[in-house]
Ligand binder design. Structure first.
Ligand code: 2AM
Length: 171
């Protein structure tokens, strides 16, 4: 095809150790019938750009350089089930630097011509999709992610994710 667009988003991308720990906990959950997200794909979306052409992709990558975030700890102390059958882990208290980062990246998207998402930011790590039946909502994983960078990520249909660029949170 001559579709040159890429599906892009900004995300917190955990360390291998953090993702392994979360996947291990997740894989131990009993009674959830759904499609588990592969360990290597676990992440938290900060701002979703959607399908963009190369010029917009360049704009996003360049404008993100100017985002000055501070590092923070993300405490995964909550789980929930979205109506569309998506079981997630998240946080009871969104750290201020996380809210600020999501806000700044929403502004980056707007600067690059992407219409704002009207829905409030709901930080979550998707654990299962297509959960069927009355799934038990498990106790939270009680794990912590250290967020000292954020990433621009390419979602490749049927081929997982590729981190295109990583940006430090320097304080
Ligand atoms: P989800 O896990 O809640 O589905 C790649 O698809 C990432 O972008 C996922 O984290 C996904 O969230 C998120 N995403 C997909 N479509 C989105 C949309 N329209 N708005 C916000 N986030 C979206």
């Amino acid at each position: 095809t001559d579709d040159h667009t890429k599906r892009l988003f900004f995300a917190l991308w955990p360390s291998d150790e953090e993702r392994r720990a979360l996947a291990r906990w997740r894989d131990g959950l009993a009674g959830v019938r759904g499609r588990s997200v592969p360990a290597g794909n676990l992440h938290l979306t900060l701002a979703f750009a959607g399908n963009v052409d190369p010029a917009v992709a360049e704009c996003l990558a360049a404008r993100a350089e100017r985002v000055r975030g501070v590092p923070f700890n993300l405490v995964l102390d909550r789980t929930g089930l979205f109506r569309r059958g998506l079981l997630w882990a998240g946080t009871q208290a969104c750290p201020e630097p996380l809210a600020a980062l999501a806000n700044d990246l929403a502004a980056v998207l707007a600067d690059c011509g992407i219409a704002p998402d009207p829905r409030p930011f709901h930080p979550h790590v998707t654990l299962f999709r297509n959960v069927r039946g009355r799934a038990p909502v498990p106790d939270p994983p009680a794990q912590v992610w250290r967020a000292d960078r954020f990433c621009l990520v390419h979602s490749r249909p049927g081929a997982g994710y590729a981190v295109l660029k990583s940006y430090p949170l320097c304080g």
